[in-house]
Design a protein around this ligand. Structure first.
Ligand code: GLY
Length: 425
């Protein structure tokens, strides 16, 4: 099978690593890729949000399957264009991708299909901010409706600050993404990420993980795209995962089909797990990053048949995916200044050493300079991943590897997996 994979981060390096192992693969092209991906596949310089360029590339290489990592090209209709061209796409159409690209759509959809989530209201007129906030208790949760690079959420107990944040969003702080603002009741509990593969009709469970969103140890510092993950996450018990699947994922796939936007690809449910069971925080139309990395380390089955079946409607005919009975962990090595002003250009040393069969270093914000050296080219630079029979051992392996890598000014969290270890007592 000829596959075009879209993206350039650690998530796509992990997907490329797994897809490259498939006996069904005949050619893997990645756009735009990164230096680590270039060791596994052909890379082409088409940007991950350039829907037209990607469509042309898929035609040129006669792709039989396009696997879309990040959401930007989906929102711009890449899956729609591929469908018209008769090319299978792992990733939803622009209309189905509204589950990620519009929070107001998702909340109103959740209301129509009775998904467990927080009470909400949508503001599109600044003159109604106070009236809407009156209906909520602090802390106030405000979310820009559209894609805002993970920066569109404000949580504040201060009423004046919350009103100002809503005004700024509506005033254009996030451009069109903030033209509507969702106000939500605060949800208490522990967060986890649940994944399902969907083919428009059928959804199958595809693992779970727990991310660490804050930049520094002890869940302090600014919010980031994710500083590390582990899988499986004990908070996602079989009971919680089954409840989330039955109460959210299945009605979502059914509802999207009924409403004329059948959902194909991976559905990533961000959950808040509290005393009353799991509730939906948000949906994403892509694999989590760095959740995907730990899922790929644990996945025993060939990934390609699952991606192809999700794209073409054959998931019900496949056996459940098999997972290694091991724990996988991912520790993100970030550039100095991340997330506010990451410093790029620092030369990375030691990342290409051999670390052993159960340790993998995926490239994220990485490039090669003219001398062929690896340099930091983004905020999250490397994903140092390991798997082992226990979380303690996986942590030891990952942190031993990270100690051998040098990124001037770089930093990482030293407590990935702390919640799971706390539970063990
Ligand atoms: N790690 C969180 C995300 O991918 O959105």
């Amino acid at each position: 099978m000829i596959v075009l994979l879209v993206g350039s981060g650690g998530r796509e390096h992990a997907l490329a690593w797994k897809i490259a192992q498939s006996p069904r693969l005949t050619r893997l092209v990645v756009a735009p890729g990164n230096p680590g991906i270039a060791n596994l596949a052909e890379v082409r310089p088409v940007k991950a949000d350039d829907a037209e360029g990607l469509l042309a590339l898929a035609r040129e290489i006669e792709a039989e399957l396009v696997v879309v990592g990040p959401e930007a090209a989906l929102e711009r209709g890449l899956a729609d264009g591929l469908a018209e061209a008769g090319i299978a796409c792992f990733g939803p159409t622009a209309s189905a991708a509204r589950l990620e690209s519009s929070k107001a759509f998702t909340k109103t959809f959740a209301d129509r299909w009775s998904l467990p989530t927080a009470a909400f209201a949508v503001i599109d007129d600044p003159s109604t901010i106070d009236r809407v906030l009156d209906r909520f208790e602090p802390p106030y949760v405000l979310k820009a409706d559209g894609l805002a690079a993970g920066k569109g959420v404000v949580i504040s107990s201060d009423r004046t600050e919350a009103a100002r944040a809503a005004e700024e969003m509506l005033g254009g702080r996030f451009g069109q993404a903030g033209a509507r603002v969702v106000v939500e009741a605060f949800m208490d509990g522990e967060e986890a990420s649940l994944f399902a593969l969907c083919d428009g009709k059928t959804a199958i469970a595809f693992g779970g993980a727990q991310d660490h969103k804050r930049a520094h140890d002890g869940d302090t510092g600014p919010n980031t795209g994710g500083m590390g993950t582990y899988s499986p996450a004990p908070v996602l018990t079989a009971e919680v995962a089954e409840a989330a699947f039955a109460q959210m994922v299945e009605p979502t796939v059914r509802g999207m089909a009924v409403e004329g936007s059948p959902y194909r690809g991976v559905l990533y449910a961000g959950l808040m797990i509290g005393a009353g069971g799991p509730r939906l925080v948000e949906y994403n139309a892509r694999f989590g990053d760095p959740e995907c990395q730990v899922l790929m380390l644990r996945l025993e089955s060939d990934l390609l048949p699952y991606l192809h079946a999700a794209a073409t409607g054959g998931l019900a005919a496949l056996p459940p995916p098999q997972w290694r009975d091991e724990v996988a962990i991912c520790v993100v090595l970030a550039a100095e200044g991340y997330p506010d002003a990451p410093r790029t250009g620092a030369v990375i040393e030691g990342a290409e050493a051999a670390f052993g069969p159960d340790v993998l270093v995926f490239h994220a914000g990485v490039a090669r300079d003219v001398e062929g050296r690896l340099i930091a080219a983004g905020g999250r630079v490397l994903n140092v991943c390991a798997r082992a029979p226990s979380l303690e051992q996986a942590r030891e392996r990952a942190y031993a590897a990270i100690a051998r890598i040098h990124l001037p000014g770089g930093f990482h969290r030293t407590d990935i997996g702390w919640r799971a270890l706390d539970r063990q007592g």
